[in-house]
Design a protein around this ligand. Structure first.
Ligand code: NDP
Length: 236
């Protein structure tokens, strides 16, 4: 079987870096994207260990021009310009902590929407012609985007933007359903990354291994579903 092609956003640290590691370990060819490839030390070291199988490209998911530039670079990565992507992992995300009712700022809402909701929608739309039929699109969501599980007023820009991302997942699932492409909203658990912090309960490697199992097991009937890293369904 030919190597699968995967593309990961936010691949320089946290869950995105671990997705890149585990996808390479299973034999995929990976396009790993991040805002500042020149500073992505761990990712560049990985590229050195996997010559020809890992390409690191710049992408700021909150910037439509950056998305367009990435899409225009992809044909350069394969001989005939016709390789397709089997997996897109929309992993890049931002959480502005410390928001309080009474002082929520437009700037954090704007940044969160652009990064967490607009980015996955526009990138998936732009890459749709390059997705293989039966490809998988994994959108890193969060239980904090679940309206049914709403908790305290803590991180509204994150909650709102992940809820909006969930709607993007549902709409993309509909749009791509005729091609057999499966689009998933996935909660990685409370994972020990810069975002999750040291007290988080799930190791990064376990979160990503679980998510890859969920992605691999997903069939067309699962498209548009919201699941956690163990495959447990989550309420919208
Ligand atoms: P981290 O904060 O550890 O990493 C975030 C990543 O996103 C970094 O690579 C960062 O790049 C990148 N990023 C942020 N903004 C942009 C942008 N505009 N364009 C491109 N890349 C960007 O987060 P995690 O690895 O923990 O989270 C990964 C995903 O999982 C996120 O979508 C998050 O919401 C979700 N998630 C995480 C949970 C957890 O417990 N960790 C729980 C639930 C969901 P840079 O270094 O340039 O800032």
């Amino acid at each position: 079987m030919d190597a699968r092609h995967s593309l990961v956003t936010g691949a320089n640290r946290g869950l995105g870096l671990e997705f890149t590691r585990q996808l390479l370990a299973r034999g995929d060819r990976v396009i790993a994207t991040c805002r500042h490839p020149g500073k992505a030390t761990a990712l560049n070291a990985l590229a050195g260990e996997h010559p020809g199988r890992l390409h690191v490209l710049p992408l700021d998911v909150s910037d439509p021009k950056s998305i367009a530039a990435l899409v225009s670079e992809l044909p350069l990565l394969d001989d005939g310009g016709d390789a397709t992507l089997d997996l897109l992992v929309n992993c890049a995300g931002v959480l502005h902590s410390g928001e309080r009712f009474g002082s929520v700022a437009a700037a954090t809402l704007d940044d969160s929407f652009r990064t967490n909701a607009m980015g996955p929608l526009l990138l998936t739309q732009a890459l749709a012609p390059r997705l293989a039929d039966n490809a998988r699109v994994a959108n890193l969501s969060s239980v904090l985007g679940s309206i049914a599980s709403v908790g305290r007023f803590g991180t509204p820009s994150y909650n709102l933007s992940k809820a909006a991302q969930n709607m993007a997942t549902a709409l993309l699932a509909r749009a791509l359903q005729p091609r057999g492409i499966v689009v998933l909203a996935l909660h990685p658990g409370w994972a020990r990354t810069d975002m999750g912090g040291d007290n988080a309960t799930v190791a990064v490697a376990d979160a990503v291994a679980g998510l890859l199992r969920v992605i691999d097991a997903a069939g067309t009937g699962d498209s548009g579903s919201f699941q956690d890293w163990r495959g447990e369904p989550l309420p919208w």
